[in-house]
Design a protein around this ligand. Structure first.
Ligand SMILES: Nc1ncnc2c1ncn2[C@@H]1O[C@H](COP(=O)(O)OP(=O)(O)OP(=O)(O)O)[C@@H](O)[C@H]1O
Ligand SMILES: [Mg+2]
Length: 500
């Protein structure tokens, strides 16, 4: 799963905050515990001090009669019951393996200890330091033992339960506060990060809008820029915004230069084609003039003149095709008058039939399921498009001349025109050998032609511009052309927006 920057930032902030809160919580709970324990230890030592002062003050008096160990002393040691003894205080006096031990209960009365409690208490080493001891039935205690006069040992202890519950209550409160803090911080961070990232979102939106513009051809104006408020170079997002603007400026400039140079090339081709037409017409005229001259020409000269004429015809076609392509490239608007594709198809098939009588020509028209004949065309529905009559005629002528010139005699060519929803569809199908495989992917590129067409004997007018013109004219009419070709079946489908 990929995380958005916003989510990552929020999670990072909340994570850090949680760690910090946990560290603060643990450290403060531990130090509270240490503090309370040192106070408790001090009170334990004070109790022991009071006990030993009391015991030492009774010097000369006989030691109180202790109960034998293990056993329960009915009375406690002398320290207990003295003013200043806290509730819970345990105390013991050990002498000669015999002990007096007791504790102060919640009423302030002195109670005897059980044998196990006494044993646990007496296991504390008499080194003056405070130890933690578990007294069965009484819980955890901090206990200190000291050696007093006559080899007796005085033991005093206080329960840790109160301090422990203080620390626990503190930790619980801290946990609740930390949780609430983390939740609030998460909400605040989410809102703040979202607000801080908004400029970045705007910059991205600008870049996306520009990326959706068609930049690949034609004159491109990139009007979109990142807003000024998002281009402050003192902020990171501003730097991105400024860089995007700079880049857009460069891109626009580069595209304008590309367009400019394309225009120049197109203009050059258009001018050159245009300029060539007049001299070509003169050459053709003079050649014809000489051929028709009354003086008999030697056969070589006649042949040469024939060649001059046919090459001039070929070149004239080439030049006018190039001129047409240059004009279509320049986006020169075509006339947009209603044109009936049915009529066009009827004429084109009639022409093709005349030019290629060895091929079999079929025409399929809407409302006329049977193989149509040009004569039957009156009864069929018109299929109209808005377009340029001459150019659309040229499309059909090019497609039909291909079906005639690049297929052997006897090939069946079917032209059909129909309307599909809001489209006018024109299909030219032949059962010839198919478009050579290497040509198919670049059929609509200029000067694409098969080797057979290239090597055809002199006199062929094949230039490889026919399909490029079809493609450009269909494109200029906002239509599409598809080609499907395999040996035995070649289908070219032209779709144009139908006129209402
Ligand atoms: N119906 C078809 N059957 C077989 N090959 C075809 C067919 N149509 C086109 N081709 C192949 O595609 C090539 C390109 O066709 P295109 O019409 O662009 O050029 P051309 O016919 O060679 O020359 P031009 O049409 O400019 O006189 C042709 O040379 C031919 O090899
Ligand atoms: Mg052709």
């Amino acid at each position: 799963m990929t995380w958005t920057l916003r989510r990552r930032l929020v999670v990072t902030v909340v994570g850090l905050l949680t760690v910090v809160a946990a560290v603060i919580g643990v450290v403060s709970a531990l130090s509270l515990h240490a503090n309370l324990q040192s106070q408790l230890d001090q009170r334990v030592r004070d109790a022991n001090g009071r006990a030993s002062r009391a015991f030492d003050g009774s010097a000369g008096a006989p030691l109180p009669a202790p109960s034998p160990l293990p056993g329960d002393g009915a009375s406690g040691p002398p320290a207990l019951g003295r003013p200043g003894s806290e509730v819970g205080t345990v105390s013991a006096l050990v002498h000669d393996g015999l002990a007096l031990a007791g504790y102060v209960d919640s009423q302030g009365d002195q109670e005897a200890l059980t044998a196990q409690q006494k044993a646990a208490l007496l296991a504390v080493p008499a080194d003056g330091t405070v130890h933690t001891v578990q007294l069965p039935g009484l819980g955890e205690y901090r206990v200190s033992a000291v050696v007093a006069r006559d080899g007796a040992t005085l033991v005093s202890g206080l329960p840790t339960a109160a301090d422990r519950s203080t620390v626990e209550a503190f930790a619980l409160r801290e946990l609740l506060v930390a949780l609430a803090g983390v939740v609030i911080a998460a909400l605040a961070a989410s809102w703040l990060v979202g607000r801080e990232l908004r400029p970045l979102v705007r910059v991205a939106a600008t870049a996306t809008r520009v990326a959706q513009q068609p930049l690949s051809k034609g004159e491109v104006v990139i009007a979109d820029r990142v807003e000024d408020r998002d281009t402050d170079p003192r902020t990171e997002v501003g730097q991105v915004g400024a860089a995007v603007n700079l880049m857009l400026g460069h891109v626009e400039h580069a595209l304008a230069e590309r367009h400019e140079s394309e225009q120049q090339v197109r203009q050059f081709v258009a001018d050159a084609s245009h300029e060539l037409r007049t001299p070509l017409a003169s050459i053709r005229g003079y050649a014809e003039l000489v051929r028709r001259s009354p003086d008999e020409l030697p056969p070589e000269a006649r042949h040469a003149l024939d060649r001059v004429e046919s090459e001039t015809v070929r070149m004239t076609t080439l030049v006018s095709d190039m001129l047409l392509l240059a004009r279509l490239d320049a986006g020169r608007p075509l006339t947009a008058a209603p044109v009936d594709l049915v009529g066009l198809a009827v004429d084109a098939v009639a022409d093709a039939h005349a030019a290629g009588p060895d091929h079999v020509w079929h025409l399929e028209l809407p409302g006329n399921q049977a193989t149509g004949t040009p004569e039957g065309a009156e009864e069929v529905d018109a299929v109209e498009v808005l377009g340029d009559d001459d150019r659309l005629r040229q499309v059909l002528a090019n497609l039909l001349s291909n079906a005639r010139l690049h297929t052997p005699a006897g090939t069946v060519v079917t032209v059909s025109v129909r309307r599909e929803a809001d489209q006018a569809v024109l299909v030219v199908h032949d059962d010839g050998p198919g478009i050579p495989e290497p040509l198919r992917s670049r059929l609509f590129q200029r000067f694409t032609r098969g080797d057979a067409s290239r090597n055809r004997s002199a006199g062929s007018t094949s230039t490889g511009l026919g399909m490029a013109i079809v493609h450009a004219v269909v494109g200029a009419h906002h239509g599409t052309i598809d080609v499907a070709s395999e040996p035995g079946s070649t289908t070219l489908t032209v779709r144009l927006p139908a006129a209402d």
